[in-house]
Design a protein around this ligand. Structure first.
Ligand SMILES: Nc1ncnc2c1ncn2[C@@H]1O[C@H](COP(=O)(O)OP(=O)(O)OP(=O)(O)O)[C@@H](O)[C@H]1O
Ligand SMILES: [Mg+2]
Length: 466
């Protein structure tokens, strides 16, 4: 944190670049004083693919936040997508002199010992997150300073980023006239912003579903204990709709946000859309059928998360107590319900909390990462202070504003060109994503094996339509 108490989070995402400016009061509470969002440019799945365009977009985003806050931003915390990071848990040891209390230098020595694992030279350590300490075999110690013993051990979760993508991000930020105060793992930031204190203590899985990636963080005993990333996000759902319905991506994005659902049972039973394909043929599709295109993709992401956690930690329902879904794509109707079903755990939508000031402008799940970086900036060792954890959650915006769904049927195309999708019947808002209906039983999972790609399977399923 800088002397003036200003902390800035810069989330360079696949679909948007967000700047959030926070001001920390002497009591430790955080006021949001500025926010800027611009469409992402020059980026692909967390990687810079065009330095100039990414730099330009970063500058635009920061300037927008500066205009709101009246603050000149000098340095920023920058998000790193999990696909550019590698995480390992390493064990460190320090010998303690007999009859001496363990002091901070001993703890630092144990952590340093854990950090001394041979890492690929292409990796740069981003986070060193001490988990629990063990003193003379006594496990589960949160703070070892002041204790007596001769053998101090610690498990440290080390997150390292791939040097190339980090250098490119740093270069863009610097070209935009800013300094990088630190890189923050996307999933860590999202968890810090959305998890309540008890969720950080229990084992909770944070799933940030973005546009191009889904970042996963497992929090345990107040720490990030495991992290991973799946290279699939909301854009894949949009792309599936665009390919199957043969409509432009922008139309598919609108259809998804307004009428899509991850569970056919939650689709509006009265809604039918008329699709005009690029070749001019028309076809009617019900919201129910729409969600039958969407569901397999979300299911695929959840299965990949299950596999990842099963392999790293053990069966999800045994190792974790709950799931918190956040990120823009988590707002898809039914995404939380499907998570509840697939992980067999309580699941909820995670909005940023622990902030005041202009908190309503960053209350949506898509701001979890950028707000989380501000909170990261005031904490230590990847934890946020209690002053933040005890701040009541800001009131999220009503669902209709949150999701951009209209309260009555409207034309879908914003492009001004001929509309590919119009409403034939219905079009009222469906129930909110979090409201489960008495649902038809989901079909049993198909056995895994050599399967064609998801889009090929979907195209086969819906081949008779066009
Ligand atoms: N109401 C909604 N319903 C369904 N999907 C939504 C809704 N609002 C946003 N999304 C989806 O969220 C995704 C963008 O999420 P987010 O802003 O968290 O991504 P990002 O941070 O830019 O990407 P990433 O984290 O993958 O780099 C898009 O695919 C968008 O379609
Ligand atoms: Mg993101």
């Amino acid at each position: 944190m800088r002397d003036n108490g200003i902390i800035v989070g810069l989330d360079i995402g696949t679909t948007k670049i967000t700047t959030v400016i926070g001001e920390v009061s002497p009591s430790g509470s955080v006021d949001i004083i500025g926010q800027g969002v611009v469409p992402s440019e020059g980026m692909k799945r967390g990687s810079v693919v065009n330095l100039e365009r990414a730099t330009h977009a970063i500058r635009q985003s920061v300037q927008a936040a500066e205009r709101v806050s009246g603050v000149k931003v000098q340095s920023v915390f920058v998000s790193v997508a999990g696909n550019h990071a590698k995480a390992i848990t390493s064990h460190g040891l320090a010998a303690i002199r007999r009859n001496q209390e363990i002091n901070q230098a001993d703890v630092d020595r144990a952590i340093e010992n854990a950090r001394a694992v041979p890492l690929d030279p292409n990796l740069e350590i981003l986070h060193t997150l001490p988990q629990e300490y063990v003193v003379d075999g006594q496990e589960g110690i949160k703070s070892a300073v002041g204790m007596h013993g001769v053998r101090l051990e610690v498990d440290v979760h080390i997150v390292a980023g791939t040097a190339g993508p980090l250098l490119n991000l740093r270069r863009c930020v610097q070209e935009a006239g800013l300094q990088v105060e630190g890189f923050v793992l996307h999933a860590l930031a999202s968890g810090l912003a959305t998890l309540e204190a008890h969720e950080q203590e229990q084992t909770t899985i944070v799933i940030d579903m973005g546009g191009g990636t889904t970042d996963i963080g497992v929090f345990k005993r107040g720490n990030l204990a495991h992290s991973a990333s799946i290279p699939i996000g909301g854009e894949h759902v949009t792309n599936d709709l665009s390919q199957i319905l043969k409509i432009p991506m922008e139309e598919a994005e609108n259809v998804k946000k307004r009428y899509g659902a991850a569970l056919p049972e939650l689709a509006d039973p009265d809604l039918t859309l008329e699709i005009t394909t690029a070749s001019g043929t028309t076809h009617a599709i019900s919201a129910f059928e729409l969600s039958r295109i969407i569901k397999p993709r979300i299911s695929e992401v959840y299965s990949m998360i299950r596999d990842e956690i099963d392999q790293a930690l053990g069966p999800v329902e045994l190792v974790a107590q709950s799931v918190v879904l956040t990120g823009g794509a988590s707002q898809l109707r039914g995404a939380v319900d499907l998570a509840r079903d697939r992980f067999r755990l309580p699941a909820r939508l995670g909005h940023p909390r622990g902030i005041s000031g202009l908190s309503d402008i960053v209350s949506g799940p898509e701001y979890a990462c950028s707000v989380g970086m501000v909170l990261y900036g005031i904490g230590q060792d990847g934890k946020v202070p209690l002053s933040v954890l005890n701040t009541p959650a800001p009131q999220p915006k009503p669902a209709s504003q949150d999701t951009g769904r209209p309260s009555r049927p409207v034309a879908l195309s914003d492009s001004g060109g001929p509309e590919a999708v119009t409403i034939l019947t219905g079009g009222q808002n469906n129930p909110s994503a979090d409201t489960p209906k008495p649902a038809a039983k989901p079909p049993p999972a198909k056995p895994k094996g050599e399967q064609p790609s998801l889009i090929t399977r979907l195209q086969t399923m819906f081949k008779d339509w066009f």
